[in-house]
Design a protein around this ligand. Structure first.
Ligand code: PLP
Length: 346
């Protein structure tokens, strides 16, 4: 079996999850009669500190609905230039919500109110008005970076003063919470909606949660149906989600320690550039341009040595740690990196 560092989406359900799935009490969730889904939604709302939550099949659908409930056609969504909603969701915000992105460059994906405020547009003969501000926390392509609570609060205060709502793409907000030592409910306290994935570092087989006001979630429920996300006996999946929510956050500290181990080990290899201080969570993005290989060649050389990774740019490679890779496997992966670099140098 290769050591799979491509993503935390590759995690498999635990034995406890599989048992809970087999025994889940279910009903028709489109009629809101699935007791396990209802429990998961209540629990997710509490964890996120919101009135209500909605179980959706994927993070992409959660973001899509989150954007749609806040915007109307012809508006702009302010987001970081490397954000997932802009670059990895098949233009869903234009396809479904009729909005375009107003990308804002930011250091390592961490936005600031100073950067955002200059981009806010009001109705005018030439401009599409700003309908929404989006924050990704932790930030995937920024290298798993975390936006501090004070910064999230400041963005929300400024946005709300301007009458603009805020959505948080918190696909990995539990990793942000672990890093900050702050509950998710505090991180998301001022955002209008937050989406998080059960299916990444939390290890559930599928599903994400969208959380917000009861009114927004009522509307979100209809949008989910419209998108084809009305699942019936979804309690089978929600049962795993409940365990992911209660148990899995405890394991994230170990994933972050493994990411640090990888970052420090990579920094010590000639030709690889990474600043371990910028590795906040479970994502490790490093530059291989000094090795004589481009990212594709580096990924292929690692694959030959039993380690799976992903290219995130012409010269950048990403490792993601998760509950299905051990510290020992991270050490082996580092050895594979060193060997691949030596093989090219020789
Ligand atoms: C993975 C991810 C998503 C979307 O999740 P899917 O379940 O794969 O649709 C959204 N935002 C970020 C930052 C992600 O990393």
């Amino acid at each position: 079996m290769p050591i799979d560092l491509r993503s935390d989406t590759v995690t498999k359900p635990t034995p406890a999850m599989r048992r809970a799935m087999a025994e889940a009490e279910v009903g028709d969730d489109v009629y809101r009669e699935d007791p396990t889904v209802n429990r998961l939604e209540a629990r997710a709302a509490a964890v996120a500190g919101k009135e209500a939550a909605l179980f959706v099949p994927s993070g992409c659908m959660g973001n899509t609905i989150g954007i749609k409930v806040h915007t109307s056609h012809g508006q702009e969504v302010i987001c970081d230039a490397r954000s997932h909603i802009l670059n990895y969701e098949l233009a869903m915000m234009s396809w479904f919500s009729g909005c375009i992105a107003r990308p804002v460059p930011s250091p390592d994906g961490v936005l600031s109110w100073q950067a955002i405020r200059k981009e806010i547009r009001h109705v005018s003969p030439h401009w599409a008005p700003t309908g929404l501000i989006e924050i990704e926390n932790s930030h995937n392509m920024g290298g798993g970076t975390v936006t501090p609570v004070e910064v999230v609060d400041e963005i929300c205060d400024g946005a709300h003063d301007a009458g603009i709502p805020v959505h948080m793409d918190g696909a990995r907000v539990f990793n942000a919470a672990e890093r900050l030592g702050t509950p998710v409910s505090r991180i998301a306290a001022k955002v209008d909606t937050v989406m998080f994935c059960l299916s990444k570092g939390l290890g559930a087989p599928a599903g994400s949660m969208l959380c917000g006001t009861a009114k927004a979630m009522d509307e979100a429920r209809l949008l989910r149906k419209r998108l084809g996300g009305g699942m019936r006996q979804a309690g089978i999946l929600a049962a795993a989600g409940l365990i992911a929510l209660e148990e899995s956050p405890k394991g994230l500290a170990a994933d972050h320690a493994n990411a640090q181990l990888l970052a420090r080990g990579l920094a010590a290899i000639d030709g690889i550039a990474i600043d371990p201080a910028k590795v906040h969570t479970n994502i490790v993005i490093f530059d291989v341009s000094g090795t004589g290989m481009d990212a594709a060649a580096f990924v292929a050389a690692l694959q030959d040595r039993g380690v799976l990774s992903g290219a995130t740019g012409p010269a950048s490679v990403r490792f993601v740690t998760h509950c299905d890779v051990s510290t020992e496997q991270c050490r082996i992966a580092l050895e594979a990196c060193a060997e691949a670099v030596r093989a090219v140098a020789a």
